[in-house]
Design a protein around this ligand. Structure first.
Ligand SMILES: NC(=O)c1ccc[n+]([C@@H]2O[C@H](COP(=O)([O-])OP(=O)(O)OC[C@H]3O[C@@H](n4cnc5c(N)ncnc54)[C@H](OP(=O)(O)O)[C@@H]3O)[C@@H](O)[C@H]2O)c1
Length: 247
């Protein structure tokens, strides 16, 4: 199977790529710019993983979508929508300019729509596709000063649910992985602090944060040929948004 994973530099993308390539899949990744792509491909190579990389930037999605033409007629069987722009500043809604708030959400949404639009005709023709959105429990719980992120993830969940309605008869299955608090480089700022760890460990029903390997494990059934899941929302969160209330 040929799998496209967006946001190849992410620890979560790497864990999925590693486990799927061990299963014999060919991996295609994206990076938001050339420097990041080269660095990422080198990192993968150092870990013994050969991947094909494409520069695709959500902020210029309508133009950079043409980069996928490099693939020519290579059939893509599955897409893991993992890339997402990091929030640079954490602000309440009224502290954002309308252009910045809308721009953040719109670019992330457009980035997903362009890829889906680009690959659906091919998937319809081959009567095979596995689409997985990497979302967040924040889409349903909200998170302080993360409004634009929560809004964009929630909108995309709606879109991916609708893809399940429209394309499952073509054997193009669309599902959502809703992640909780995962230990990645993006969240290291928080989890490297013991106080933070202690606080979240008390709340998470399983008692600890997740890892990229947990996501790689959870995605397996959604990428399987015999998958009978579509339109599903799968929590990979140690139980969140349920919370533990005992010490
Ligand atoms: N970590 C968590 O606790 C957590 C929780 C819930 C959901 N998630 C979701 O899991 C996914 C991966 O998270 P992560 O923690 O591994 O995040 P991360 O380290 O910030 O990785 C994000 C990826 O998105 C790419 N990206 C950023 N801006 C982009 C743009 N403008 N255009 C195209 N690609 C862009 C980055 O590529 P470049 O480096 O090439 O720019 C990077 O590979 C995200 O969708 C995130 O929302 C994570």
């Amino acid at each position: 199977m040929n799998i496209l994973i967006t946001g190849g530099a992410s620890d979560i993308a790497f864990a999925i790529a590693k486990s799927r390539s061990q299963m014999g899949d060919a991996i295609y990744i994206t990076s938001s710019n050339q420097a990041s792509l080269e660095k990422t491909i080198n990192t993968y190579r150092q870990q013994g993983l050969e991947v094909f990389g494409i520069v695709y930037d959500f902020n210029t999605a309508a133009q950079s979508i043409d980069a996928f033409n490099q693939l020519n007629d290579t059939p893509i069987h599955a897409i893991v929508f993992n890339a997402f722009t990091r929030m640079k500043r954490f602000r309440k809604f009224h502290e954002w300019s309308m252009d910045d708030f809308h721009g953040y959400a719109d670019n992330n949404i457009r980035g997903h729509l362009e890829i889906t639009h680009r690959f659906l005709p091919q998937m319809i023709e081959q009567q095979y596709g596995r689409l997985v959105l990497v979302s967040s429990v924040s889409a349903v719980t909200g998170t302080s000063r993360y409004g634009a992120y929560c809004m964009a993830k929630a909108a995309l969940e709606g879109f991916f649910t609708n893809l399940a309605v429209e394309y499952s008869k073509d054997n193009i299955l669309s599902n959502v992985l809703r992640l909780g608090l995962m230990k990645t480089s993006r969240t290291k700022l928080f989890w490297q602090k013991k106080d933070y760890q202690d606080k979240v460990n008390r709340i998470i029903p399983q008692g600890h944060m997740g890892t990229p390997e947990h996501v790689a494990h959870a995605i397996e059934p959604l990428l399987a040929k015999k998958c009978y899941m579509t339109g599903s929302i799968v929590n990979v969160s140690g139980g969140l948004p349920l919370v533990s209330s005992v010490e």
